[in-house]
Design a protein around this ligand. Structure first.
Ligand SMILES: Nc1ncnc2c1ncn2[C@@H]1O[C@H](COP(=O)(O)OP(=O)(O)O)[C@@H](O)[C@H]1O
Ligand SMILES: [Mg+2]
Length: 321
């Protein structure tokens, strides 16, 4: 089956200043990512804050150019499509619905905006489609003339989802879509996303620092560390038997009692490394409980394991004794 979206060895670096009179330095936010998403799949991207998830998402949306590598949508270079053409087929959903909704517009006009921008329908037709969208995402009709500040966080995220879907895109890239919400409404929004996929035949890339969120939804998961995919597996395989020591650490962090604590409780001791000075060899080795001497000098290649691959020198390939 052909890929709906493909990234081929994508890199993105930023030139950052490290203080007055000091030379600029290069920060490698995304450092050689190759991935493919098939139609109907939900690909989860997980990793600690700062590992490059949002930078990758922006490139997959076409809103940030890679410094190296290529992104194809439906077999065509994403960079070749104009912004409006891209927006009809790929739409984002962001973490904080409040900052992405204009506080001075009514809910109905916020949801209708893509139709206006794309010159679709007259006022009556737009109104009809807005009402249909509100119904689709579970928003009561009486909210049509309300303002974002009058809605709860969960309702605001429903507005953002309604707006993202009104052009009937094929791919949704959701960057931490529930991280700003109360735990009690997170699963409602995640279940809504699942229902919408079935109803509209959508494909998702779901980004989260929380493995539990991804386990609930994703069909496949890519674990990102310092701008690279260190493990990519079918969801059942990853959660059944994680191959990379970093994935194992993430999995144990899911079990902490406080779901709002996020990743700081990853049992890895030292803080997340500096992407300005990535360690040599395997970039995870300074934090790795299983590291051997070789890990500090040899860059691991992908090893095929059940349901995917992991980049770890200590990983045994599928079928090996
Ligand atoms: N525009 C930018 N300029 C400089 N550095 C950036 C920029 N955007 C992201 N970064 C850096 O790139 C790294 C990855 O960031 P990001 O993609 O936001 O990670 P995540 O979404 O996983 O938290 C971080 O070190 C961040 O500080
Ligand atoms: Mg982010």
């Amino acid at each position: 089956m052909t890929m709906l979206l493909e990234a081929r060895d994508v890199h993105r670096s930023f030139s950052v200043s490290s203080g007055m009179l000091k030379p600029k330095r290069t920060l490698h936010a995304v450092n050689g990512i190759t991935l493919g998403v098939r139609k109907g799949e939900i690909l989860g991207l997980v990793g600690e804050s700062g590992c490059g998830k949002s930078t990758l998402a922006k490139m997959l949306l076409g809103s940030l150019a890679p410094t190296r590598g290529q992104i194809l949508f439906d077999g065509q270079p994403l960079a070749a499509a104009d912004r409006l053409a891209r927006a009809r087929r790929i739409q984002p959903i962001f973490q904080d619905p409040y900052s992405s909704l204009n506080p001075r517009k009514t809910i109905a006009s916020i949801i209708a905006l893509p139709l206006v921008v794309h010159g679709i329908g007259d006022a009556a037709e737009r109104r009809r489609r807005v009402m249909e969208q509100m119904d689709l995402v579970g928003l009561a009709k009486r909210h049509a003339e309300a303002y974002p500040s009058q809605l709860s966080g969960g309702q605001r995220q429903r507005v953002a989802i309604a707006r993202a879907l009104i052009l009937r895109p094929e791919l949704i890239i959701a960057d931490e879509p529930t991280s700003a919400l109360d735990v009690s409404v997170q699963s409602q929004i995640l279940n809504l996303l699942l229902d919408l996929r079935d109803e509209l035949g959508l494909t998702y890339i779901l980004i989260s620092h929380n493995l539990a969120v991804v386990e609930h939804l994703a069909t496949r998961v890519a674990v990102i560390y310092l701008g690279r995919i260190v493990e990519e597996r079918d969801t059942d395989n990853l959660f059944g038997e994680p191959g990379h020591p970093y994935s194992r650490a993430l999995l144990s962090s899911v079990l902490t009692p406080d779901p709002t604590a996020g990743m700081p409780d990853v049992p890895l001791g030292v803080a997340f490394p500096n992407p300005l000075e990535p360690p040599p060899g395997c970039s995870f080795h300074p934090r790795c409980p299983q590291a051997i001497a070789e890990c500090s000098s040899t860059v691991p290649r992908p090893v095929t394991i059940a349901g995917g691959f992991a980049e770890c020198l200590r990983c045994r390939p599928a079928g090996a004794p």
